[in-house]
Design a protein around this ligand. Structure first.
Ligand code: PLP
Length: 356
């Protein structure tokens, strides 16, 4: 017998999570901030890391960072958990609350990592479908909750890859009626008209978990930092499954330094939102179906050419966007991240050529 041990049986059918890293001059495929952090951030970061004792393990409780985030959101530090990107936050939630015999619910198409990480942690996933406008419908949520009693019901607002935010009334109903936790992934929350954070602390909303990231509007995708806001019992459960010292002192320092630049972050959101409007209008003038977006990306479907052909045509012009057409609900759809004005111009011009 070969000494090579096969992968776990339940992972055999699970494809790795791939976002092709093709070399391209214009990268509009992973929804990062098109702009670097504010000019003064490197200095603030340098002064934070000057305090780091590199020979010592980092602060395991990330106390300073949690306190700063708690202040930002007007909650108690005991209601904040931080990890290496919101993906690790999600993984900790699933390690703590998922597992065999417990079910989580998603509404597809949505962020693929909710179901993917669930499966990695051996958690069965049940999925409801969004309607043709990619909205989550309360009846579908109710039916799924009644049948499966999920320990976690995932919402994603604004939703990746479709771009739409959930109406806040829907979020409120789901929180009130869910039999377990409601995890609202707000990776793009700063672009949305409303946030589920408003329900934190309300009676009946004890199971609400809001997940956020520094990878998008905070322009810190390289740092890998995300967090959640939840009841202290949820935070404690996440702490108990995270590896000791999982969050490096440098990551904590990056986040702390970023929080000094709230105003600049908001300016960036305004700028990207304005560009999004311009790109959406330009797409509307082409033979393309588009969906309204509350995020920093737009989902669209070329009507005259297969998505794969358009995607390759753009790559040939050194522009990388995301081909999401492999997902059953997203046939022939592509997703473009909003870039700088110059990047968006290059994308629009190249797209027009590809559709000619
Ligand atoms: C909806 C959503 N949640 C979470 C993430 C993960 O972000 P990170 O792990 O970089 O914080 C992403 C990244 O694209 C996302 O789109």
């Amino acid at each position: 017998m070969s000494p090579l041990v096969p992968k776990r049986d339940d992972l055999a059918s699970l494809d790795g999570y791939h976002s092709p890293q093709v070399a391209a001059e214009v990268r509009l495929n992973t929804n990062e901030s098109p702009l670097p952090p504010p000019a003064a951030w490197p200095e603030a970061f340098a002064s934070e890391i000057a305090r780091v004792e590199a020979n010592r393990y980092p602060d395991r409780g990330a106390v300073a960072l949690r306190s700063a985030l708690a202040e930002l959101h007007g909650v108690d530090p005991a209601e904040v958990f931080c990890a290496n990107g919101s993906n690790e936050v999600l993984q900790c939630l699933l390690l703590a609350f998922g597992g065999a015999g417990r079910v989580v619910a998603t509404f597809e198409p949505t962020y693929a990592l909710h179901a993917f990480i669930a499966r990695l942690t051996g958690t069965p996933v049940v999925s409801g479908s969004r309607n043709e406008r990619f909205e989550v419908e309360l009846d579908v949520v109710r039916a799924l909750m009644a049948e499966h009693r999920p320990v976690i019901t995932f919402l994603c607002s604004p939703n990746n890859p479709t771009g739409n935010a959930d109406p806040i009334e829907l979020t409120e109903h789901v929180i009130a009626e869910a039999p377990g936790l409601v995890v609202v992934d707000e990776a793009y929350g700063q672009f949305a008209p409303a946030s589920a954070t408003r329900f934190r602390g309300r009676p009946g909303a004890e199971g609400l978990v809001v997940v956020r990231t520094f990878s998008k509007t905070w322009a810190l995708a390289a740092a890998r930092l995300g967090y959640l806001l939840a009841d202290p019992a949820v935070v404690e459960a996440c702490d108990s499954v995270a590896l000791p010292y999982h969050l490096s002192a440098y990551t904590q320092a990056a986040g702390l330094a970023a929080l000094e630049f709230q105003a600049e972050m908001e300016e960036r959101v305004a700028l990207v939102s304005e560009e999004r409007g311009r790109v959406a209008t330009a797409l509307g003038e082409l033979d393309i179906e588009t969906w309204p977006s509350d995020a920093n990306f737009i989902l669209f479907r070329p009507l005259t050419h297969p998505a794969a052909v358009v995607w390759q045509g753009l790559v040939d012009r050194s522009i990388l966007i995301r081909d999401v057409s492999g997902r059953p609900e997203l046939a022939d759809c592509l997703r473009v991240t909003i870039g700088t004005a110059a990047e968006n111009d290059r994308f629009l011009c190249a797209l027009e050529e590809c559709l000619r």
